[in-house]
Design a protein. Structure first.
Length: 344
């Protein structure tokens, strides 16, 4: 089972494992996890660290040699291996699997990189390494998880948290924990006594929330109109191309339409998840959307999406994100299907 970042400290206190797999697209959590492992490992005698990075010219023998070479100043080896894609290739997979099958109490190996999918997690090398270690996924935090993270960081810096302050930081820094960390550190410098009012916080904190189109579609599937509008506004301010947002909306509409049609043919949702490559963590989102949206609403969305697609290709949309907001709200759904979008 995955070991989530907020449980890492407790796990380390129970003793170091031979391997740690720290992967994900949330850099602040990943940095915190790596720092925590380094600090704990140093206290256990792993006071010399080797850092390797896998690229097209990487020699996997260097990892084997590093794991077998003891320093004159340290009897325990701590090796960090950056694996950006999470895919070591055939040679790397063989080396990692071999190291996992012969673990040493004096060698600690930490692999880290970007987000990985089930295709990586189901490989033999990954399962072998995880069997003698821990997989720590570092993904963007939302809702109560984000608020708990902020609350803990405020306490760590000596600031007395209160619900309104936690929500404010969550709204301003959602999707961007690096910015949240910076804002909390800034508050600690401005108010070293640790006490401040909501008004003082509002004047000091800068809105640095950051989102992706993938987060946007998940919020639309969940039916959260307010968060969807906020995310869309942030995507616009970050300069995301309207065509990319449209592509994401069309893709989700197509998936919903296919699921709805299959259900009308008597098929079960359980049989459709694998067919449409919908992982377990997103299945509830699709179930909610299918419960809200009927055939007529999806057909109406198809017309609007096609109309907008044609208009944007002809560059006749003066404010594309206004129309994209209209299209997003149809996923909620809101009664907008009869509202014409005049691009001329």
């Amino acid at each position: 089972m995955p070991l989530y970042p907020d449980r890492l400290a407790d796990n380390l206190n129970q003793g170091l494992q031979g391997f740690y797999l720290v992967f994900g697209d949330e850099p602040q959590q990943q940095m915190e996890c790596l720092r925590m492992i380094r600090e704990y490992a140093a206290r256990q005698g792993f006071d010399e660290r080797q850092s390797l990075s896998v690229d097209s010219s990487f020699n996997w023998n260097s990892l084997v040699e590093a794991s077998q070479t003891l320093s004159l100043f340290s009897s325990r080896q701590f090796i960090e291996l950056e694996l950006p894609t999470g895919k070591p290739g055939a040679e790397g997979a063989k080396v990692l699997q071999g190291l996992a099958q012969a673990p040493s109490a004096d060698v600690l190996i930490v692999l880290y990189g970007g987000r990985i999918g089930k295709d990586v997690q189901n490989t033999k090398w990954f399962k072998s390494v995880e069997q003698h270690g821990a997989y720590i996924p570092c993904y963007p935090l939302e809702g109560q998880q984000l608020h708990r993270w902020i609350n803990t960081r405020l306490q760590d810096t000596g600031i007395q948290p209160f619900p309104e302050l936690v929500r404010l930081l969550g709204d301003y820094c959602e999707g961007n924990l690096l910015a949240a960390r910076q804002e909390i550190d800034k508050l600690a410098l401005i108010y070293p006594e640790g006490k401040l009012s909501l008004e003082q916080a509002e004047s000091a904190i800068v809105d640095q929330s950051r989102f992706t189109v993938f987060q946007l579609v998940d919020v639309l599937l969940a039916g959260d109109a307010q968060r969807a509008v906020k995310m869309l506004y942030r995507l616009e301010t970050e300069g995301v191309e309207p065509a990319i947002v449209l592509w994401a909306l069309v893709r989700e509409w197509q998936t919903l339409k296919n699921l709805q049609h299959a259900l009308s043919q008597g098929k079960s949702l359980q049989s459709l998840w694998n067919q449409h490559r919908i992982w377990r963590n997103r299945q509830t989102l699709y179930q909610k959307a299918l419960q809200r949206l009927n055939h007529q609403q999806l057909d109406s969305m198809a017309d609007k999406l096609a109309h907008f697609d044609q208009a944007i290709k002809q560059s006749v949309v003066p404010r594309p994100f206004v129309e994209l907001c209209h299209l997003c709200l149809m996923f909620i759904p809101m009664p907008l299907d009869n509202l014409a979008l005049d691009y001329m």
